[in-house]
Design a protein around this ligand. Structure first.
Ligand SMILES: Nc1ncnc2c1ncn2[C@@H]1O[C@H](COP(=O)(O)OP(=O)(O)O)[C@@H](O)[C@H]1O
Ligand SMILES: [Mg+2]
Length: 224
């Protein structure tokens, strides 16, 4: 009988984090808070890498679904690709747009393109999530009205359904908050529990309601 432990499994599997927030909240900056920049890689689908220009982190630019598939294959199978222990996808919102516009070119009915995009995105999110490494996904923020007319917020993906479904793929979903403190300075933190407007969760049960916006810190707290 081959017996392992939950702790060993968690360590081998890595942590899977989804962070969503407004433009400028600091989602891209979080990519540069991993413990070791030499073992971190960013898959970037946005033009917003300027905020971490000082950090020397490997980047793969994602401009097509083929780029994304090639990156996945390389990270999963190539010895150099396997050497990264933090993989950052910045952002899945933009990757969804890339996949949607490709789908629109291949089908006549736009509704069909949304269906195809949703299927491909779900496959893609699962595939990256299940790489035995730490994976960090960023998403933009969108508002929506729930059935009772209350305005709430969720990660943004093309198509209504996918944005709502996205949190279910992850054990760790955080809303990146920026608030002003008494001195008028911006303070950033990760909200790890839900409130009436924002969805969030921490399956590990090891995090506080507010956590420092730092992936090394989150990793340390969850995996010990
Ligand atoms: N932890 C932080 N401390 C101080 N400033 C930050 C921090 N995170 C982000 N910023 C500021 O916010 C700007 C936008 O951050 P960025 O990560 O690009 O946002 P996002 O990717 O969420 O749109 C950065 O250029 C930086 O000036
Ligand atoms: Mg960004």
């Amino acid at each position: 009988m081959n017996i392992t432990t939950t702790k060993a499994l968690a360590n081998a599997h890595g942590i899977k984090v989804l962070v969503y927030g407004q433009a400028g909240a600091g989602k891209t900056c979080l990519c540069a808070t991993t413990p070791d920049h030499a073992r971190t890689i960013i898959l970037s689908a946005e033009a917003g890498l300027l905020s971490i220009i000082g950090a020397d982190i490997a980047v793969i630019e994602i401009k097509s679904i083929q780029d994304l598939m090639n990156a996945y294959h390389w990270l999963a199978t190539d010895p150099q690709g396997q050497s990264y222990d933090w993989i950052c996808l910045d952002s899945v919102s933009e990757m969804g747009e890339v996949i949607l516009s490709a789908a629109k070119k291949t089908v006549k009915d736009p509704r069909q393109a949304y269906g195809e995009m949703q299927e491909k995105m779900e496959d893609m999110i699962r595939a990256f999530r299940d790489l035995p490494r730490n994976v960090y996904f960023t998403a933009k923020l969108e508002s929506y009205q729930d059935d009772t007319g209350v305005v709430r917020y969720q990660p943004m993906l093309p198509g209504k359904k996918l944005g709502q479904a996205l949190p279910y793929f992850f054990d760790e979903v955080f809303f990146l908050r920026v608030e002003k403190n008494a001195d008028g300075e911006s303070v950033r933190y990760l909200q790890t529990t839900p409130d009436i407007k924002y969805h969030a969760k921490d399956r590990s049960g090891r995090l506080s309601e507010r956590e420092v916006a730092n992936l090394a810190h989150i990793q340390q707290k969850i995996l010990g």
